[in-house]
Design a binder for this molecule. Sequence first.
Ligand SMILES: *Cc1c(COP(=O)(O)O)cnc(C)c1O
Length: 457
Amino acid sequence: MTARPADYTPALEAAMAHARTWLESVPDRPVPPRRNADELRGAFGETIPDGPSDPGAVIETLGALTDPGLMSIASGRFFGWVMGGTLPAALAADWLVSAWDQNAGMRTATPGVVAAEEAAARWLLDLLGLPEGCDVGFVTGATMANFSCLAAAREQVVADAGWDLPRLGLNGAPRIQVLVGAERHASIDVALRYLGLGAPVVVPADDQGRIEVDALTTFLGARPTIVCLQAGNLHSGAFDPFESAIAAARKHGAWVHIDGAFGLWAGATPTYRHLVDGYHGADSWATDAHKTLNVPYDCGVAIVAHPEPLRNALGVHTSYLISDATGDPLDKVPEMSRRARGVPVWAALRSLGRSGVADLVDRLIHNAGKMAAGLEAIDGVEVLNRVCYTQICFAVGDQERTHAVAKNLLADGATWMSGSSWAHRDVIRVSVSNWSTDDEDIAESIDAVRRAVAATT
Ligand SMILES: *Cc1c(COP(=O)(O)O)cnc(C)c1O
């Protein structure tokens, strides 16, 4: 069968029409999905169809079946987890990535998208003020970015102790001590599990979830050690004290990794760069582009100051691949084959420019401040964290009432905030991560909380 260009047209046009209908519906539709997965599943078909269907019709059906189950993550009134929406240029670039269908693993094979990703990588390092020579890998998210960075860390700290990890593996290797703050993100633990490093040593954190440097120092010693710090606590938004923590870790030859899934972006704005003071002195950094930068899912970024251990840990060299002497994308990430997910990053950065990225981050932080002030003005609402970035945790009276408010909010549908527990309290979390959130979204969301609270008195 020969594919003719016209074969693609009906399906692409149906997709375009559905995308537009969806995006146009976002400002007015309720934020939560109207049906759950169990309710929707049957309509997609319990059994595989016996024969083919027209591609355009498939897309029509897909659009119609999915719609009632779509969460309006793209809405300016979506504040769940830490997610973010999609910038127009990034979304369209992502479509092109699919249309081009490039396997972005090798420089020689797919130079167009590799060059775009390499430009995006250079721009990122410049924007964030990180060392020029870092390796940058585009992965699915901060979980895999943490994994990739920590794979390099593992490689280096045992090599420093005279152990040839690629040849000998972990069996019999010097024991690696991994130090983490009490409030690190769970994906750090997952990454350590993937790496066979087991559970980390937990260092106490302060009332905002920042690692206690005095306590950290007591754990630092001669053993191969990796220290994981955090830029942006998912509850409080707080940042670890990088300057002092990195200085302490350096003295003992530890590798310092920073999980900055959404917080690393503070480094891209002169107004808030002080939050990450000293972070450039680390050895590796993990971040997401699908959160603060607002590119579509999925896109994380692994940044490593020392290319050699990263490439020793993740690189692939074999006869049928074409290796480039400067290092290929597939040497810097766990995957061999992958989509060119760095291309939407390039498009986002190109459309925003340096000032646009700074404005985006400033606006998120400013909106979080406004939201916190509005919430605090509601009788019974208690904001529990010091709001310094994009995250707010609040409670309303006791646990039961907080749960009731969360339930009312969900039923109301004007806004979406997710529940959690923090500082020994059940809380409602607000993450201001969407580029499109405006004053009206903030005001309407505060009103929704006011209604939800009033309904519980
Ligand atoms: C979201 C998040 C992660 C995990 O990122 P994914 O993109 O979901 O893999 C890791 N660390 C922090 C601090 C996060 O907020």
